[in-house]
Design a protein around this ligand. Structure first.
Ligand code: SF4
Length: 490
């Protein structure tokens, strides 16, 4: 990387990130698009390709909002695009491989259409090795920006349009909060709302604390105002987003307002469903459980990543809770909300994981009975502490463990779904099923997918559906006349 580039690119510094202090977070307001930039995209089309988590999906909605203020229109067609942005994910190596595959695949299009602007943003942009690889091997990329400077997009895009050089602006600073960013939400029914950014947990396998900066909470009044506005516009569901939502409010100086308080205030807003993701078991406090037990628009679904059921592995992962504390938390939640649906994330084959340690994960899974689980084989991420550990579990063993884990989870998921046989559930109808346009598809309060035959006017509304055919991952049901329906908390 040349000196000129270095001015704009400051790679994340792992040691510095670990020494995070209490320095204040600035809350900035998004400037209006300068007049001279409002017409830049007139008659032009943009396409955003999004990889990774909900945080990225929501960032893409913000990027779309900015681009449309600059006059761009969206398209799904690469050939007719004037701007293609790849919003990347760094969480797993195969996600990165896919992004490099995409960048390579788009090269002929760029050669054929040199005025096309090809850009990359998201978590991968925050990694020095990635930026270096693009600078060296993918010179057809025009623009790289990071997760902390999305609000700078109008200026960066202008630079990319005028310059022949690749424009790189990535900040390793711990991050500010930018309010009033425009958003083009993908859906008129369900919306994502950021409540906080970054993560300070430093789980040893995870790159997020380095790519997304330190934990910083949006002001409660800003979050509540955004949700009230969504309710006013007719949205039926919001999902509050953060890498670790349970840490919400810890960093707010001068007030004692935590995630439980925020959820309590959400109950007072006239939006039918409020979800949140993702929880860290360590910060899940009793006040939050007490508030969630009041229900109302707070749904009975908690995604609670456990990662492993063995204390030694949890320690090496730096998860900062034990199996016993996790199980105690689950007991408390189930006592307060008996019909709660718990889902989780699990990693198998962590460096040094023995058969016995893996069996502890299986036994925890049996004890908790999660309704579903996202299960992964461990693979090292460059730049994380775990990448320096000896990855000594053979791939075959990892695969076999994943298979056993999934088999057990499938059995539990099926049993859980079978318990809904004959029950009537409330479904937010999202649209036609992908496989059969005569079938409608929607989700319960607990986020289970339900398919049923029903009139199209139900799309966008709530329907009561009797479950007739529970399966492992989905439920089939029959629509009930609303007057005769009896809703259960599922
Ligand atoms: S809490 Fe989640 S985002 Fe934060 S370091 Fe751990 S796994 Fe990564």
């Amino acid at each position: 990387m040349n000196e000129e580039m270095r001015k704009y690119f400051t790679p994340p510094d792992l040691k510095a990130a670990k020494k995070r202090g209490k320095q204040d977070v600035s809350v900035l307001e998004f400037d209006q698009i300068p007049d001279e930039m409002k017409e830049v995209g007139k008659g032009k089309k943009y396409l955003i390709k999004t990889f990774g988590c909900q945080m990225n999906v929501h960032d893409s909605e913000t990027i779309a909002g900015i681009l449309e203020l600059m006059g761009y229109e969206s398209t799904e067609c690469e050939e007719e695009s004037d701007l293609i942005l790849i919003n990347t994910c760094a969480i797993r190596e195969n996600a990165e491989d896919k992004v490099f595959g995409e960048i390579g695949r788009l090269k002929p299009l760029k050669v054929e259409k040199p005025e096309l602007v090809l850009g990359m943003c998201g978590c991968m942009s925050q990694e020095e090795s990635v930026v270096n690889r693009i600078l060296q091997k993918h010179q057809h990329v025009d623009l790289i920006f990071g997760t902390h400077n999305i609000h700078r997009l109008p200026h960066l895009l202008m630079e990319a349009l005028m310059s022949k050089e690749m424009v790189v602006e990535v900040w390793s600073k711990e991050g500010d909060i930018v309010e009033n960013l425009p958003k083009i939400r993908q859906d008129g029914l369900k919306a994502w709302v950021n409540i906080m950014y970054g993560c300070d947990k430093f789980c040893t396998y995870c790159i997020v604390p380095y790519t997304r900066g330190k934990e910083r909470s949006r002001r409660p009044e800003d979050v509540l105002a955004e949700v009230r506005e969504l309710a006013r516009k007719g949205y039926q569901e919001v999902t509050l987003l953060g890498q670790n939502v349970n840490a919400y409010g810890k960093d707010l100086t001068g007030r004692d307002y935590r995630f439980g308080d925020l959820m309590d205030d959400m109950r007072k807003i006239g939006i039918p469903r409020v979800r949140f993701t993702t929880s860290h078991p360590r910060d899940f406090d009793d006040h939050l459980i007490e508030v969630l037990a009041k229900r109302g628009n707070l749904v009975e679904h908690i995604h609670l990543p456990v990662q492993s059921g063995n204390n030694d592995i949890l320690k090496i992962m730096a998860r900062k809770y034990t199996r016993e504390r996790f199980l105690e938390l689950v007991r408390k939640i189930k006592r307060a909300i008996p019909d709660v649906v718990l889902t989780t994330d699990i990693i198998v084959g962590y460096p040094g994981e023995t058969e016995e340690q893996f069996e502890d994960t299986l036994s925890l899974m049996k004890e908790v009975e999660f309704d579903s689980a996202f299960t992964f084989i461990y693979s090292p991420r460059e730049g994380t502490p775990a990448a320096k550990m000896k990855d000594n579990v053979p791939q075959e063993v990892k695969k076999e463990r994943l298979h056993r884990l999934n088999r057990l989870q499938d059995e539990i998921s099926r049993k859980k779904n079978e318990s809904l046989q004959g029950k009537v559930v409330e479904v937010l109808v999202e649209g036609e099923s992908k496989k059969d346009p005569d079938v409608l598809s929607g989700r319960t309060r607990t986020n289970k997918l339900v398919n049923f035959y029903g009139p199209k006017h139900l799309i966008g509304r709530f329907a009561h559906v009797r479950i007739t055919e529970p399966r492992t991952w989905t439920l089939k049901g029959e629509w009930m006349e609303e007057s005769s329906a009896h809703q259960v908390g599922s």
